[in-house]
Design a binder for this molecule. Sequence first.
Ligand SMILES: O=C(O)CCC(=O)C(=O)O
Length: 290
Amino acid sequence: MTAQQIEQEVFDDGTDGGEAVARLYQAGGIAYGVDGFDSVTDEHITLFHDQGFLVVNDAFNPAEVRTALDGLLDLIDGQNPAFTKGIQFESGARALLATMPRDKKQDAVRKLMRFVEYDGRLRAPAEHPRFLATLERFMGDTPVLFQDQALLKPPLVGREKPWHQDNAYFNLPPETVVVGAWIALDEALPENGCMHIIPGSHREGPVVHFKRRDWQICDTDVQTSRVVAVPLKPGGCLFFHGLLHHGTPPSRSPRRRRALQFHYKPASVDRIDAEERLAVFGSEGKDVEC
Ligand SMILES: O=C(O)CCC(=O)C(=O)O
């Protein structure tokens, strides 16, 4: 990667809640899943609508996980010169990137975005036929991929993603059954920042989000007594509703936590504009303290 390329990169200067936020992620239980897409029954689809999530273990096999990781590392390493805008580095890495070896560089990355057009190895899980068929059963409509991300928590310095609803970020009608698919590429555990959710919270509708450590649900509004952790083995997949309250704690673990996240909307749903979205999810003008 040249100095000029680095100049184009985006650095995330966001703040980290650090240990002070640990109380927001004290889970009272863990979520268990079904084994493989073929095990998903109609009862599981009903459960998804009731609880707002479904875990599928071994959704992707070790070879598929390895292939996706190879694609990810190549993009981080700058091996595809056309992929110039999709990497968000941790701000602390600014001065060091040009000389970092490949293995170290990945530990300076917080997020990759919009990569499916650039690497077939990363597009493959998003187009996996049984995966898409499962999404279609959740939605009762054709799933359309509209966001692709890779979310990395590097060893020891993985940052929190505060509690939020994904639909607060999307210009889609707020109640849309958006389905997020979060696919573990490493083992994800509470200590290295696995997903934490509040089962059933999607049924309570959209909630106001605030600009604090991120665009997030107010810390005092997080229903901490209902928190469940979602540990996953590599290849495990959490499907979750776009209104489900979820977040991930900071990681001080020496173990990496890398994941892919794809978001799908039903084909029949049209976009709205940001103003309409913020009228529902935005805190401005609502005179609410957080
Ligand atoms: O993987 C993470 O740490 C956070 C994922 C998430 O909830 C998001 O990016 O919306």
